[in-house]
Design a protein. Structure first.
Length: 437
């Protein structure tokens, strides 16, 4: 009889190619369903951790999935190294029949992968209504956070009105959002989608709710479309709220030369004493003056300094989520500076959020491709943390290569390491980084 690894390789090949006949041949060859099930569950791709059921679900081969689950009773919620289940693999491929079969056989409908994404996230990303309806009917959670946001945030960011209607009608909450994207109302305003915006307000979205950056009213004042502004004010938005000192909502409208917006906000805004003339014309003129610009720049500098100090203080207390909020807020005021993404990456690394650490590192490099690369103690310390873990797991693997737990940890570290190298913008930088390490 062939070795277990040889049989495992043939089983994986059969699943990936959709060869049910070969899979049945392996069953006859092994002669023991219990042993074959063990091989199917344990043997995975070295680089991805996908088992045969993942492969079959991914390519949409229903009969192989049924054979594996019904006849062999393989583990239905097996995980890859990125935590994908067979259900998630089937949802990515939009294989509705397999998704339904897996759920009916007991697969967890709301399991999330390392990105935090569930099958419902992928259904929304694919804009597959049939799949969405199936998952929601089967009890999929609507508010699961992910690197792409909640399902509602994803639908809003893609201006998918029908999906927004669907999610809200099935109970999605309009005031829940992840730290990756802005609040639902802000996303609708930024997308200039009044239809989505109106749906959110009718679903009782809070007009004053936001986590980082600017309020919905501030964004509405910036877009120059008074429909958003009027609707928010009617819903109870506060025009006197101010995140960065004396810069108020009315000034946001004045800075984009939206006179109509200034006129709407003027009777609702408390006068600011530093203005030489508190009139619509006076606000329009002063807001765009050099003196006002200098004042805003100075206050922005002070705010960024305060946010930076607050973020580092939170990190000292190991309050990494709070620190991330501070750094995210700073980035809203300083979009072209890559250091805020790098600092967030470090916070995620300290919190053992590997994928989020890489996500923020990638954002950092997207902002500034020539940003200095990882070195201990520097702004790239998150990547240095990934590198350190890679070497520690490599050492453990060398000492105990047959320990399954150590084996899995090493492959995860290896995945992170090469994902990090992939972020480098040239072969020379990859070589330099590896030599430095």
């Amino acid at each position: 009889m062939d070795s277990t690894s040889e049989i495992g390789a043939l089983i994986i090949e059969a699943g990936a190619s959709g060869d049910l006949k070969k899979l049945k041949e392996m069953r006859r060859k092994v002669g023991d369903d219990t042993e074959l099930r063990r091989i199917c569950d344990v043997y995975t791709d070295f680089s991805t951790g996908r088992c045969v059921l993942h492969h079959a679900a991914e390519i949409g081969h229903f009969q192989i999935c049924k054979f594996l689950i019904h006849n062999l009773k393989v583990h239905i919620d097996a995980r890859t190294f990125t935590r994908d289940t067979p259900l998630i693999a089937a949802a990515k491929g939009e294989h509705v029949k397999i998704v339904e079969y897996l759920i009916n056989q007991g697969a967890s409908v709301s399991s999330a992968n390392s990105k935090g994404s569930t099958a419902l996230h992928y259904a929304v990303l694919k804009d597959n209504r049939e799949l969405m309806e199936l998952l929601v009917t089967k009890g999929a959670l609507l508010e699961v956070d992910s690197m792409d946001g909640t399902p509602l945030q994803i639908a809003l960011s893609r201006v998918n009105v029908e999906t927004v209607k669907f999610l809200l009608s099935h109970g999605a909450k309009p005031n829940i959002c992840s730290l990756v994207l802005e609040s639902p109302l802000v996303l609708a305003i930024k997308a200039h989608s009044f239809e989505c915006f109106d749906l959110l307000l009718k679903a009782r979205a809070d007009p004053n709710m936001y986590i980082v950056g600017f309020s919905p009213l501030s964004y509405a004042a910036k877009v120059g479309d008074t429909k958003f502004l009027k609707s928010l004010l009617d819903a109870g938005a506060d025009p006197n709220s101010s995140l960065i000192g004396h810069v108020k909502i009315i000034e946001d409208a004045a800075l984009v030369r939206d006179r109509e917006g200034v006129e709407i906000l003027f009777p609702l805004t408390r006068p600011m004493k530093h203005y030489p003339e508190w009139t619509v014309d006076g606000i329009m003129d002063y807001c765009r003056s050099e003196r006002a610009k200098t004042e805003r720049d100075e206050y922005k500098r002070l705010c960024l300094d305060a946010l930076d100090k607050a973020g580092h203080a939170a990190m000292d207390l190991k309050q990494y989520r709070r620190a991330i909020v501070y750094f995210l807020t700073a980035q809203k005021f300083d979009l072209s500076n890559p250091k805020w993404a790098s600092k967030r990456s470090l916070c995620h690394a300290h919190g053992n959020k590997r994928v989020l650490a890489l996500y923020s590192a990638e954002e950092c490099i997207r902002i500034e491709p020539r940003f200095p690369y990882p070195h201990p103690g520097g702004d790239g310390a998150a990547a240095a943390e990934i590198l350190k873990r890679f070497f520690l797991e490599s050492l453990s693997f060398t000492l105990e290569p047959h320990n399954q737990k150590i084996n899995d940890a090493f492959r995860v570290a290896l995945f992170d390491y090469f994902a990090l190298l992939y972020l480098m913008s040239s072969p020379e930088e990859i070589l330099s980084f590896t030599q430095m390490s």
